[in-house]
Each structure stands twice: as structure tokens, then as C-alpha cells.
Design a protein around this ligand. Structure first.
Ligand code: SF4
Length: 302
């Protein structure tokens, strides 16, 4: 019987008592749940990572303008800008996270990890991590398995959906998955991996879901970039053994508590926050008119 990912404390205890690694415990779970084999799970994961890499490439090379016009080739502009504000690596990280998410906003193919709204964070962080540290694909795939275990626990204790827990649940969870994967891939301990998750969640708590015009474009795309940066800052802090103080399970419980007390206008309804601004409302009206204009004539009222 595999571990059912109810808590981080339980995950660690299970691995210690069953003498399996974190990665192996996720593979056991996947094999059990999908009635599959380790080989098939790893093949599927390799495919998912290939799609992530393709999304980064597509977003940096192809035309990326969304139908609303709110997304307009931002990733390429960042990637090609002559001034790197911090380092060329940071510039690449930000542009890659933007790129993969722009592909999603322009209806291209992405991996929803854990959701389409947060689909730029793992591609941006993993591709950049792999390049900087010269890691093989196998190490990145194991990191993604760690991320999967983290997501399973967040889903169990809080939520992964913006409509349930606000944007902290989507981009916050993806950032936590990425931070754990980064620490794992850089040979961090179990405690350091879990500490990276706790620090990331602490940084993302309370973030509302307020997509302009109800489209997963603004602020979603730029939040993928900031979440990717937070994943790296959390990993850097955790690898240095700086303690999050509040244990990771309690951080996730706080996320659940905040999500459940968040008003519905901040949960993907496009009725609050940025969506409710004057400009947000104007864009929503324009998008609605565009949609009516492209309806076939016979569907319009007489
Ligand atoms: S604002 Fe809402 S729709 Fe956009 S990424 Fe965050 S949770 Fe998803």
C-alpha cells in the first residue's frame, strides 16, 4: 500500500519507516493509482517535460498575441532586452516562465502543473535550473516527482484551484512544487526540501485570483514570472538551513484557512481586485463585444 500524501510529516515518516526515497514513494503512489508501471510513469513524465521545454521555446520564438490583445509577445521582449537587471540567468528565468504561460494564454499546448494558470512556473524554473547546473533530464524528472508529491499534499490540505483558494492555490502551489524540486535536484535533504515549500507558501499566502475579463492572462502571466523568482529565492534560503519557523504542514493549513475565508470576488469570478478596476471593466466590456461580433449571425437575437 503506497503513501496517500496527507501531510509532509506523514510523507517523511512513511519514507523513513518503509526505507524508500521521497521520489520512490511518489512513483509507488502513481503506479498504484493509475494501475501502471514505473516505466510507463517515467515515460509519461519525460513526455510532460518535453512539452514544457517546447512551450518555453514556442513562447520565445513564435508570435504570441492573445485574442484580447492583453498578451503581446512579452516573453520575447524580456528575453531580448539589452539590460539584465540582476543577471543574464535571472533574465532567462523570467522570460522562460513568461514564455510558457503566454503559450497557454494564446491557446497553445502546455502542461497544467498543477493548473493551466500556473503552467509557466515549472517550465521556467526547471529549464533554467537544468541549464545553470548542467543537470541530466533524469534529475529534473525526479524533481518533478517531488513536485507532484508536494501538490498532492496541498490538494489534500488546502486546494490547487484559484476558484477555491485564490491565486495562492495556483501560482503559490506551483512555486512550492518548483522550490522543492530545485532543492531536491541540488542534493538538498528532506528537511530542506520541505522547508523550501514552507518558505514559498509563506511568500505567496493571501494572493487573490482576479483575472481581468475572466481571461487567464492579466495578472496571471506576470505572476508566473514572480512565482518562478520566489521558487529560486526560497530554495536558496532553504539550502542554507534558514528555518521557516512555521512547519510546512501548518503553512499549508494557513493557506487553506485563508482560501476558505476569501470572498468569492477574489476566486476567479473576475468581480474583484484587478478585474474590478476601471480599466479591467473596460477591457471586459470590449472582450464581450468582440465575442458577440464573432458569433454566427443565426445565433444573434432578431
Ligand atoms: S489570477 Fe486566478 S486565473 Fe490567474 S493564475 Fe492566478 S489563480 Fe489562475
Amino acid at each position: 500500500m503506497s503513501y496517500l500524501f496527507e501531510s509532509f510529516k506523514g510523507w517523511k515518516q512513511y519514507c523513513e519507516s518503509a526505507d524508500v526515497s521521497l521520489v520512490q514513494s511518489v512513483i509507488e503512489y502513481e503506479v498504484d493509482q493509475k494501475d501502471s508501471s514505473e516505466e510507463k510513469i517515467m515515460t509519461g513524465l519525460q513526455h510532460a517535460y518535453t512539452v514544457m521545454k517546447e512551450a518555453v521555446k514556442t513562447g520565445l520564438e513564435d508570435e504570441m498575441t492573445s485574442r484580447s490583445g492583453m498578451i503581446n509577445n512579452g516573453a520575447k521582449k524580456v528575453y531580448n532586452h539589452p539590460l539584465a537587471v540582476l543577471s543574464p540567468e535571472f533574465q532567462k528565468l523570467i522570460s522562460r516562465a513568461l514564455a510558457a504561460k503566454e503559450v497557454n494564454s494564446c491557446m497553445g499546448r502546455v502542461v497544467a502543473a498543477p493548473t493551466a494558470g500556473a503552467s509557466g512556473i515549472l517550465p521556467g524554473t526547471m529549464v533554467t535550473l537544468q541549464e545553470i547546473h548542467g543537470l541530466p533530464d533524469s534529475k529534473i524528472l525526479e524533481g518533478l516527482l517531488i513536485g507532484a508529491g508536494i501538490a498532492l499534499i496541498i490538494e489534500e490540505k488546502a486546494s490547487l484551484a484559484g476558484a477555491v483558494g485564490g491565486c495562492q492555490a495556483e501560482t503559490g502551489s506551483a512555486a512550492a512544487m518548483a522550490a522543492g524540486a530545485i532543492v531536491y535536484a541540488l542534493e538538498g535533504t528532506v528537511d530542506q526540501i520541505f522547508n523550501a515549500v514552507a518558505i514559498t507558501i509563506q511568500c505567496m499566502l493571501g494572493l487573490v485570483c482576479d483575472p481581468v475579463a475572466g481571461l487567464v492572462e492579466v495578472p496571471c502571466v506576470v505572476r508566473n514570472a514572480s512565482a518562478a523568482a520566489i521558487a529560486f529565492s526560497s530554495a536558496q534560503i532553504a539550502l542554507a538551513n534558514v528555518n521557516a519557523v512555521i512547519p510546512v504542514d501548518e503553512c499549508i493549513e494557513a493557506m487553506g484557512e485563508i482560501g476558505s475565508s476569501m470572498e468569492s470576488r477574489y476566486k476567479e469570478t473576475a468581480m474583484g481586485g484587478l478585474a474590478a478596476t476601471l480599466t479591467g471593466q473596460e477591457i471586459a466590456n470590449r472582450v464581450l463585444i468582440q465575442d458577440i461580433e464573432i458569433l454566427p449571425d443565426e445565433s444573434l437575437p432578431e
